[in-house]
Write a protein of this length. Structure first.
Length: 303
């Protein structure tokens, strides 16, 4: 098996047909080139070059090896350069995922500024569902996601909180809670909460759909849906309640659902997250752009 420097020496000499120029291109001595070529010829078992005092030419075996090696070597080198560009350069395509129309509004605003700052990098906005957030990053469907925090997982890292919103409870319009001005976390023991898909992060699920009230009372859970719109359909049909962010009052107003504010729940926090092993310059640049853009965005009023 040939090593990289041996392949480079052979292919460069096959192109230059001159030991001195080959040594200059590879920034080594002509002696080193001669030694390397002799080593390759010993490995092949036949001369690769005819050497005279006047010129250097390829032997038939040398030409065959050059023709076989060159395309593969160029492909490997280009693949490596592509990887370097993806890791260090803000070029190519960045895919950003989101859950819900409110998050999409934020991502599009960030993307508009990002494209102005980095014209060589395009942004694709991808809608995700409740059951495929982590999987979408693991399979490369998206590079990063705008999601509600916390997102605690060994593979995931993220930037700071970009914005917050009050927490509300989506209840059927005919539910007794719908006539209240507010509800408390303790009230959740008296309702059936729709359960998030099993694909959700445990930290996310427990924070947003807890199993117990702050005093320790159990909160009944019933099967939910794989999509947010599916969850709202279940709420509207009277199958359960679902905790949400206050922006839903504007983006997802429905006649069969009432959003009741919590009076004791901390605000929901939103931020960008991505996989640690897939972090690139594109991701870092997009996250930095989001820090600049999001604080200046107007907060949507309640419906």
């Amino acid at each position: 098996m040939l090593e990289r420097h041996e392949i480079e020496a052979f292919l460069t000499l096959a192109e230059e047909l001159h030991f001195g120029r080959t040594a200059e291109r590879l920034t080594v001595s002509t002696t080193r080139i001669s030694q390397t070529i002799r080593k390759v010829e010993r490995a092949v078992g036949a001369p690769l070059f005819d050497r005279t005092s006047r010129r250097v030419t390829l032997t038939p075996i040398g030409r065959q090896l050059r023709d076989d090696l060159r395309p593969a070597y160029d492909l490997v080198r280009q693949s490596f350069q592509n990887a370097v560009a993806a890791g260090r350069g803000v070029t190519g395509v960045l895919r950003a995922g989101y859950f819900g129309s409110d998050a999409a509004h934020v991502l599009h605003a960030v993307s508009d500024t990002f494209r102005l700052r980095y014209p060589d990098c395009d942004v694709e906005i991808v809608e995700l569902q409740l059951n495929n957030g982590l999987l979408a990053m693991q399979t490369g469907q998206v590079d990063l996601e705008l999601t509600r925090l916390p997102a605690v997982h060994p593979e995931i890292v993220g930037g700071p909180v970009l914005f917050t919103e009050p927490k509300v409870l989506a209840v059927p319009a005919a539910h007794p809670f719908a006539r209240r001005e507010s509800v408390s976390l303790e009230d959740l023991a008296e309702v059936r909460m729709l359960r998030n898909p099993s694909a959700m992060l445990d930290s996310w699920d427990e924070f947003h759909s807890p199993r117990h009230t702050p005093s320790g009372r159990p909160i009944p859970h019933v099967p939910g849906a794989d999509t947010f719109l599916g969850m709202l359909a279940l709420v509207g049909a009277g199958k359960g309640v679902y905790p949400e962010g206050g922006r839903a009052m504007r983006y997802y107003a429905r006649p069969d659902i009432t959003y009741v504010p919590f009076n004791d729940a901390p605000p929901l926090q939103w931020g960008l997250v991505w996989l640690r092993v897939r972090e690139t310059a594109r991701i870092r640049a997009f996250e930095q752009t989001a820090r600049l853009v999001v604080p200046s965005l107007p907060v949507p009023p309640a419906a």
